[in-house]
Structures are given as structure tokens and as C-alpha cells.
Write a protein that binds this ligand. Structure first.
Ligand code: ZN
Length: 226
């Protein structure tokens, strides 16, 4: 067919899920342009993790975009006055960042339009997750529809596809797939409340899901705990 390599923009947080998503997109043959966000998160060491992961997994480029979501507050991840829970809570937890994935995907969409990439990859998961509304299949479907009415590329007949390859997987399945694809999970940071050295708390929602995933997958957990 003589087709050139398809480009993709991959959201890369520095955590386990987005690293696996990048590895899957690379394995599927895409040239992957990784994008991370400095949005005022308390766990900023994840940005260093994202850079390490992008390099390890052969991203074609990696950019970090600054967004002032911390100016809005309203989340334990961006407001120092709201503590990260270290025990299970009910309902949508306070670590939910208002409209985060909508904003992130919108910026990634603009990036894709500039790069002439037709594919967006996001590592959202609706099985072993924190119950965030912007991690569900309905959100991905709606965002893809938005992308195709909102952009020049969409209107001119070059539609976007939003891929969420982890959305129906358990954490253990995600880890097994990433492990098989050579992801070095020791480079990733999942904790919502790491110490200044980047060591995980072992107690937040994200740490608990991650640790249980490694146990269920039968893969050694390389996480460094406080
Ligand atoms: Zn933690």
C-alpha cells in the first residue's frame, strides 16, 4: 500500500497505565508523540517519570504542556489544603480533578491536528480505577464525536480516532501486557501522594490498585515505598 507510518499522540502521565498504553501503541506500529501536563499536581515527580518512560519506550517526541488546573482547586491532587485519602472512600473521590481528561484530550487533539496525527491514545481504565467519570467508555465515545466536529481535520474528512486500549482490562491484565511488551514499571510513578524523593505512600487509592495488580499478575512489583 506504500502507506506511511501512522502518527499518534499519546497522553503520558508517568504512571503505569499510560506507560502501558504507549507500549501498546508502539507495538501496533504507530509513531508516538507523547504529551504530558504540568497542571499543578502535587505528584510532580510523575513528570520526570514520564520523560524516562517516553525515552525507554521509543516515543518519537515528548512534550510537557503547562496548564493551570491548580488555579481551579477542587481536588486533592491540585489543592494542598485537601488531603489525599489514605484509606478507601465511597463515591467519586476527592482525588478527582475537575474536567481533567476533557482538558487533557482537548490539548492533545490540538497537538494531533498540528502534527497531522489522526490517532489519540489515552490510558483510561474503567475496571480497576478510582471511579472518575472521565475514565468511562461513554466519555471516550463522546470525546471522539466532539473531536470530529470541532477540528479542521475532522471537517475536511480526516477523522480522529480516540483509542483507549486499557478501558476494559483489569489492572493485572494491564501489567501482564505491559510486562510482555518490555515496559520497565520501575520507571513509573502511580502514587497520588509521594514523598519528595518520589517514593510511593503505599496507602492511597492509586497505590492500592497498583500493588494489587502486581500481586494478581504474578509480576514482581518494582515500586519503591516510603
Ligand atoms: Zn500512594
Amino acid at each position: 500500500m506504500g502507506k506511511t507510518v501512522d502518527k499518534a499522540v499519546v497522553l503520558l502521565s508517568g504512571g503505569l497505565d499510560s506507560a502501558t498504553t504507549l507500549a501498546m501503541a508502539r507495538a501496533a506500529g504507530y509513531a508516538c508523540h507523547a504529551i504530558s501536563f504540568d497542571y499543578g499536581q502535587r505528584h510532580r515527580c510523575e513528570l520526570e517519570a514520564a520523560a524516562r518512560v517516553a525515552a525507554q519506550l521509543g516515543a518519537a517526541s515528548h512534550r510537557v504542556v503547562s496548564l493551570g488546573l491548580g488555579d481551579l482547586g477542587g481536588s486533592a491532587l491540585t489543592d494542598p489544603a485537601i488531603d489525599v485519602p489514605h484509606a478507601p472512600t465511597s463515591g467519586i473521590p476527592v482525588t478527582y480533578v475537575p474536567a481533567r481528561n476533557t482538558v487533557f484530550l482537548a490539548v492533545a487533539l490540538g497537538c494531533a491536528e498540528v502534527l497531522e496525527a489522526a490517532h489519540l491514545f489515552v490510558g483510561v481504565n474503567a475496571v480497576d480505577y478510582s471511579g472518575y467519570p472521565d475514565c468511562r467508555p461513554a466519555f471516550i465515545t463522546a470525546f471522539e464525536a466532539l473531536a470530529n466536529v470541532a477540528t479542521r481535520a475532522g471537517v475536511e474528512g480526516r477523522p480522529f480516532r480516540v483509542h483507549a486500549p486499557l478501558i476494559e482490562l483489569t489492572k493485572a491484565e494491564i501489567i501482564r501486557q505491559g510486562h510482555a511488551l518490555g515496559v520497565d514499571y520501575g520507571l513509573t510513578v502511580s502514587c497520588y501522594d509521594p514523598d519528595p524523593e518520589g517514593r510511593a505512600c503505599g496507602q492511597c487509592d492509586s497505590c492500592r490498585l497498583r500493588a494489587a495488580g502486581f500481586r494478581a499478575a504474578g509480576v514482581a512489583d518494582p515500586t519503591i515505598y516510603q
